[in-house]
Design a protein around this ligand. Structure first.
Ligand code: SAM
Ligand code: SF4
Length: 427
């Protein structure tokens, strides 16, 4: 999400006459596009902002804090002189114009309104020709904000309510991308399955289906699916379209029903298993990845063991695992934590060790299979090797050259090294 926003920020700066530098030390303006999801992310951003501030030569450097942390504590940062400008997610695509008028005459420093009129346009056709880090790939944000209010999560407060962008605009944008040679896109939203629910737009499965029909697209990824809204219509669209990724990211968060309830996740473990069964019944080959939080307030040892059990049963290909981080302003913040940081980290390490073993076994099960892979880059080890991702989102290294990068290859998997598949290209 922040990568998408950063692209818009950069574009608006260039449009307003600023130029990009890769030297943070000598830059006249430093913009930090920040995340607030965990305290650790904020601490790292604050340390970087403070370094930029200390480099402010003779009052010349402008320090701008943008994104979710700006929304949360930007006003305080500006008032305490730690940053010059605070620009929230609603306004960040207009950051160039904001900085420009600040450097001219308008000395306003806080841009954090979350009223509809201040929500800046996200789909910008000027960006069609902009190249991503991978020139054949593009992030496409389809919704902004979230109204699910999971008890631990700061996102609804800093990003605001759910806003779905018009499907016609999204699809036209993707068509233009495909005409420009983009072959892979990632549809983005805090919960893509809720697309359209705020405004009577088409449901997500239809948007996905229409996207898959766009000529030239070889791989369509989508993030994130909330289990509460994942339905069999989505699984059917995936089944019927070979150019949709077979990697489903479905955050479970906890394997214990009381914890899921306290988290306000609005599904039970059996609802979740039903989704996995639906996917199994419809798709012959797919992977599933997840997000898990350990040490949510009130999580007992038995709740944690249930998470380990769910992970053992479901056998995720990949998991993003976090120790609970209290976020001021969320309902969970008011619940007293009984675990120490060390105890949370102990649980986290046990979970990570289990998942690592499963991830390795899942990768080993790919040996002898033929996978479709878009090569992303030359391998660090050898100029005769490239690496990319399979349709199940596994990284694979195979024989190839720079001519293969950005193209789809058929690769036979021969081995697993570390967490990476090794394969050989089928001519
Ligand atoms: N919208 C997505 C969803 O509902 O699955 C996730 C978005 S959130 C930015 C990414 C992940 O961060 C969450 O799935 C959750 O596991 C984790 N997360 C969010 N708040 C957290 C917190 N306070 N402490 C630890 N992890 C947190
Ligand atoms: Fe946060 Fe829940 Fe919304 Fe995801 S669905 S962004 S975890 S509130």
């Amino acid at each position: 999400m922040n990568k998408g926003d950063s692209e818009l920020i950069k574009h608006s700066m260039l449009e307003n006459g600023f130029t990009e530098t890769d030297n943070e030390e000598t830059a006249d303006i430093c913009i930090f596009n920040t995340c607030s999801v965990r305290e650790h992310a904020e601490k790292r951003a604050l340390a970087k902002i403070s370094i930029a501030r200390s480099r402010k030569a003779a009052g010349k450097k402008l320090v701008v804090v943008a994104g979710c942390m700006a929304q949360r504590i930007g006003e305080d940062l500006v008032l305490k002189g730690k940053a010059d400008l605070a620009v929230g997610p609603y306004q960040s695509p207009e950051l160039g114009a904001i900085v420009r008028s600040h450097t001219k005459k308008d000395k306003s420093r806080i841009f954090l309104s979350q009223t509809e009129a201040d929500f800046a346009e996200r789909i910008n056709f000027d960006l069609v020709k902009n190249k991503d880090i991978y020139p054949w790939h593009k992030w496409v944000t389809i919704t902004h904000g979230c109204e699910n209010f999971c008890a631990y999560c700061i996102v609804p407060y800093v990003r605001g309510k759910l806003i779905s962008f018009p499907s016609e605009k999204i699809l036209n944008y993707i068509k233009e991308l495909a005409a420009e040679g983009i072959i892979e896109i990632t549809l983005l939203g805090q919960n893509v399955n809720q697309y359209g629910q705020d405004c009577g737009e088409i449901p997500f499965y239809q948007l996905l289906e229409k996207t898959a029909a766009i000529k030239g697209l070889k791989k369509i990824n989508f993030l994130t699916s909330h289990p509460m809204d994942f339905n069999s219509a989505i699984a059917d669209v995936i089944k019927d379209n070979r150019n949709i990724s077979r990697s489903i990211h479905l955050p479970l968060q906890s394997g214990s029903n009381p914890v899921l309830k306290a988290m306000n996740r609005k599904y039970t473990l059996s609802d979740y298993y039903r989704i996995i069964d639906t996917l199994k019944s419809k798709l012959d080959d797919f992977s599933v990845s997840t997000d898990l939080i350990v040490g949510f307030p009130g999580e007992t040892d038995s709740d944690f063991r249930n998470t380990l059990k769910a992970v053992t049963d479901i056998r995720y290909d990949e998991a993003f695992m976090y120790a609970y981080s209290p976020r001021e302003g969320t309902p969970a913040f008011t619940i007293k934590e009984e675990l120490t940081r060390t105890e949370k980290i102990e649980r986290l390490n046990e979970l990570i060790a289990l998942q690592r073993k499963i991830s390795l076994e899942k990768r080993e099960s790919r040996i002898n299979r033929i996978e479709l892979v878009i090569a992303e880059k030359s391998s660090r080890r050898s100029a005769d090797e490239v690496s990319g991702k399979t349709f199940l989102n596994h990284t694979v290294v195979f024989n190839g050259s720079s001519a293969d990068i950005g193209k789809e290859s058929r690769v036979e998997i021969t081995d697993v090294k570390g967490s990476t598949l090794v394969g050989k290209k089928i001519p």
